[in-house]
Ligand binder design. Sequence first.
Ligand code: GLU
Length: 308
Amino acid sequence: MNGVAETAYRGRFAPSPTGPLHFGSLVAAVGSYLDARAANGVWLLRMEDVDAPRAAPGAAQSILHTLARFGFVWDGEVAYQSRRTARYRAAFERLRLTGAVFPCACSRREVADSTLGADARWSTPRYPGTCRDGLPEGRAPRAWRMRVEPGLICFEDALQGRYCQDLAAEVGDFVVLRADGYFAYQLAVVVDDAEQGITHIVRGADLIASTPRQLCLQQRLGLPQPAYLHLPAAVDASGEKLSKQTRARAIDAMRPQTALTAALEFLGQQPPADLMETDLDNLWRWAIAHWQRDLLPRRRVAPAPTDY
Ligand code: GLU
């Protein structure tokens, strides 16, 4: 898609431009970058602006600017999901023609009122199956959902170990085409990862519960399954996932060396004390040469530093 040469390792960083880069997304950027570069791999950037209503004006530019200022070097051109609707539609049509998806009349409120998922904080409520055998009398279709079957979907995460989910029990039939006409993140990410030839996905563990949905789509679409490594997600003192609002400004305004050293420490790497004083080239040279997966904390969440 962007003319990058074939290599054994193709990684990516895929921020959603809902605000400037924050500490949590910096950690995902650093982790995916170092894992790719330490393996002599390619590292691609993808702006996940498929959710156009949530995109903040100027956020994509601000993220790219911060990444460049922090010394990240990405391969090829940046991919924008907002320009790739035709690909998502083609994948959706394949699912529709095989009966893998069905139209649903339920509003978000109706689904939320019916039942809650295992982790209501970070995931959506479980869909109770209201429309899977046909729309109720007189109701118009709103969204399209992927039909899921009972049974565990499992994968081996390189850091978190084996992770399994019974989609039917925990998530239910999930949305692939939204009521507002936009394709859902789950479908877009699977189509893009396959098309960009991504072999390794390194991202925050706040997304680990999405992975079985993505595996389900990969299987139905006949797409390869990448290797996954879910890094600890940064949380604040009250255990809440960092939001773009709480940490964004701090990262933007900071000396790159200070923020990058904090991200390295968060990831269990052991930067020498003087790394903070060095120039960015040296910092990255050290970080790539000393990247050790073995040092990563095997946790789903970890507190973000408060003093960086
Ligand atoms: N766009 C997602 C986010 O910013 C990340 C998606 C992914 O890495 O698969 O949370």
